[in-house]
Design a protein around this ligand. Structure first.
Ligand code: KIV
Length: 276
């Protein structure tokens, strides 16, 4: 297993420069302890609005608020010093107009100290992305399957199978690149399209369900660790299955408390040690 060697936090410039090189490694993180564990191994810690579903039990990401993203962003910043930290702009915080988007993104940057924000959207958000970048806010874009638009898209499904849809996603990729995004997440997109996009645009593509043709990969950490089991998309690979370990640990704790086997003398203050 190789560990990324950095001496300071990786910058958007460093990420941009990795286009076409060794694939970028991105994982979501939402808390300080998980950020600490992931930080030495990844290029980017993404505080994704997927936290609404995996941490808070929401059905979609639409109920996630800016305050939630800021609190979790601060937690991830406290637990990391090497990886770039990118924070998702949640639903309804950037779509209305570019001035509101700037105010909200500036709040995220100022209150967390993160590296950049992520905005879901292609051509429809290009003007906003350009406005933010020109005013000092680095933006990662997100095209293809856009979970904040799940109701318009008619559910979670692979994108780009039909020519019209593929052409639209191509246009989105070009638009966010021209707007100044430093990288773009490409989600739930058929392999030929992901490959073509990656070859066409000058910024790194970070795939999730978009094939190894992308310049990097991102997964949701709870999926990787087997902690989220409501559903498992085809593109997820589980590298651990911690759910059963947690169940086992908690069941043992409960049984020991009920049997007065925990706490033992070594866990207590002022209990005489047995002689001998
Ligand atoms: O919210 C999120 O975690 C994301 C990734 C899945 C790309 O947007």
């Amino acid at each position: 297993m190789s560990t990324v060697i950095h001496t300071k936090r990786i910058s958007t410039r460093d990420l941009r420069a990795k286009k076409g090189g060794e694939p970028l490694v991105v994982l979501t993180a939402y808390t300080t302890p998980i950020a600490r564990l992931l930080d030495p191994h990844v290029d980017v810690l993404l505080v994704g609005d997927s936290l609404g579903m995996v941490l808070y039990g929401m059905d979609t990401t639409l109920g996630v608020t800016l305050d939630m993203m800021i609190a979790h962003g601060q937690a991830v910043m406290r637990g990391s010093s090497l990886a770039a930290v990118v924070i998702d702009m949640p639903f309804a915080t950037v779509q209305e107009n570019r001035e509101l988007a700037f105010r909200n993104a500036a709040r995220v940057m100022a209150e967390t100290g993160c590296t950049a924000v992520k905005i879901e959207g292609g051509r429809e958000m290009a003007d906003t992305i350009a406005f933010l970048v020109a005013r000092g806010i680095p933006v990662m874009a997100h095209i293809g399957l856009k979970p904040q638009s799940v109701h318009v898209a008619g559910g979670y499904r692979a994108h780009g199978r039909i020519d019209e849809e593929a052409a639209a996603i191509h246009a989105d990729a070009r638009a966010v690149t021209e707007a100044g995004a430093f990288a773009v997440v490409v989600e739930g997109t058929v392999e030929p399209l992901a490959r073509a996009l990656t070859g066409e645009i000058a910024i790194p593509t970070i795939g999730i369900g978009a094939s190894p043709a992308c310049d990097g990969q991102v997964l949701v950490i709870d999926d990787v660790l087997g902690l989220f089991s409501d559903f498992t998309p085809k593109f997820v690979k589980r590298y651990a299955n911690l759910g059963p370990d947690i169940t086992q640990a908690v069941a043992t704790y409960a049984a020991e408390v009920r049997a007065r086997a925990f706490p033992a003398p070594e866990h207590c203050f002022g209990v005489a040690k047995p002689k001998g």
